[in-house]
Design a protein around this ligand. Structure first.
Ligand code: SF4
Length: 407
């Protein structure tokens, strides 16, 4: 039985819920509106995505913030808490990549499965418990374990992520190895790889070029196996498993890079096997999610006129992959950009704790010019508008305090 079939069988169980709970939906929506929406952001939307306060002008990207997959996952978690007020509820990972939302989960007495490195400890979960699977899914092994235990499973996996899993099934049927453009450690890619038979995860164009060079020219097999030791299926053999490949991705990668990697593999297979045999050696389906694409496109649009923006603010969890790519777009455009994950990143003495797309965290002093300044703004797909508002309030306060009159 294929891995997808195993997953479908688990999903058919009476103990498995992936639609949330109608009975508690209204109450959950009310809580989310109160906790996560922002009047300030609404005001910006009514004013051509612009807000002016004192010396600071904010220009908000056209697409930003909570995507529907994240909103749906958080809503289902809230519904679950309301539906089972007295039961013990677990979540197998962060519900989404936002520290403030995850903190809310803890405050609602939802327990996070302990994890050390890549290893999760599911042993605390008992049969009578409820277990929520996060927006970026869970591995087949976790699903099987929880199903065998007989606990109630509430699956919030985003349908865009499941779409990638279906794509892997198509690769399998076409006898192709799945080349997954993603970060092998990222929870979504860990879950996605668990549904693939033969797979190889490539992080970026450099790794993709290493692999395509091996396909065309061969190379040092031991070096290949060492390089991808954490990023390939058990028993992977680059001499035989790269004869036919299909492209898949972590849904939140930089779209332009996924597309370029797909084209590189297509060209490579064409070169090796010739155009007539290409379809037997290469398949690709578009699996970048719309929300990721829209936020990236909106960043390009905002930065098209980058001379009108002094600095960029990118708001989103530091472990959020889609947010890192928004920051990356700003960095590539050569604009000074600060990625923050919470209001407290903005210090009262004009400091900012921020992160680069390469993962370096640093504190920058005197980051906000004490003059008239225009700030481009976006937020990752797992960032509530309320967090954006709280960040902006600190920016406005800082600017106000920095004025000569102090007024
Ligand atoms: S970013 Fe895309 S794949 Fe991820 S949760 Fe949102 S809609 Fe789903």
């Amino acid at each position: 039985m294929s891995k997808q079939q195993l997953r479908r069988n688990i999903a058919k169980s009476d103990q498995f819920n992936r639609m949330g709970f109608k009975e508690t939906r209204e109450a959950a929506e009310g809580m989310m509106t109160k906790e996560f929406t922002s009047d300030m952001v609404k005001q910006m939307l009514e004013n051509a995505n612009t807000l002016v306060r004192g010396n600071v002008t904010i220009k908000l990207a056209k697409a930003y913030g909570f995507c529907w997959g994240v909103e749906r996952a958080v809503a289902i978690a809230y519904e679950t808490r309301k539906q089972y007020p007295d039961d013990r509820i677990w979540i197998t990972n962060e519900i989404i990549h936002n520290p403030i939302v995850n903190q809310r989960m803890r405050e609602m007495d939802i327990f996070f499965v302990p994890q050390e490195g890549m290893k999760k400890d599911l042993s605390g979960i008992q049969q009578r418990d409820v277990v929520v699977l996060p927006a970026f899914g869970a591995t087949l092994e976790e699903m099987q374990y929880l199903n065998n235990l007989g606990c109630r499973i509430v699956d919030t996996t985003c349908p865009w992520v499941s779409k990638v899993w279906h794509t892997l099934e198509r690769h399998r049927k076409a006898s192709c190895t799945s080349i997954i453009h993603g970060k092998w450690k990222h929870e979504e890619t860990v879950a996605t790889s668990s549904f693939a038979d033969a797979y190889l995860v490539v992080l970026n164009m450099d790794e993709a070029m290493y692999v395509t060079d091996y396909i065309l020219n061969g190379g040092d097999k031991a070096h290949f196996l060492e390089k991808f030791k954490n990023a390939m299926s058990d028993g992977f053999d680059p001499d035989t498993d790269l004869d036919a490949v299909g492209i898949a991705n972590q849904t939140t990668m930089l779209k332009s890079e996924t597309t370029a990697i797909g084209k590189l593999f297509e060209r490579t297979m064409m070169q090796k096997f010739g155009p007539a045999e290409l379809t037997q050696h290469f398949v690709a389906y578009d699996t970048i999610c719309d929300a990721t694409q829209e936020r990236q496109d909106a960043m390009y649009e905002l930065l098209a006129d980058k001379d009108s923006i002094d600095i960029m603010l990118v708001v989103g969890g530091f472990n959020s992959s889609n947010t890192s790519h928004l920051q990356e777009i700003a960095e590539h455009a050569g604009i000074t950009s600060y990625w923050v994950d919470r209001p407290e990143c903005i210090g009262a003495k004009n400091t900012i704790l921020c992160r680069t797309s390469q993962g370096e965290e640093k504190v920058v002093e005197d980051w906000l010019p004490m003059r008239s300044v225009t700030i481009g703004l976006t937020s990752g797909a797992s960032t509530p508008d309320k967090v954006v508002e709280d960040v902006l309030e600190r920016v406005f306060m800082l600017s106000k305090l920095g004025q000569p009159s102090g007024a």
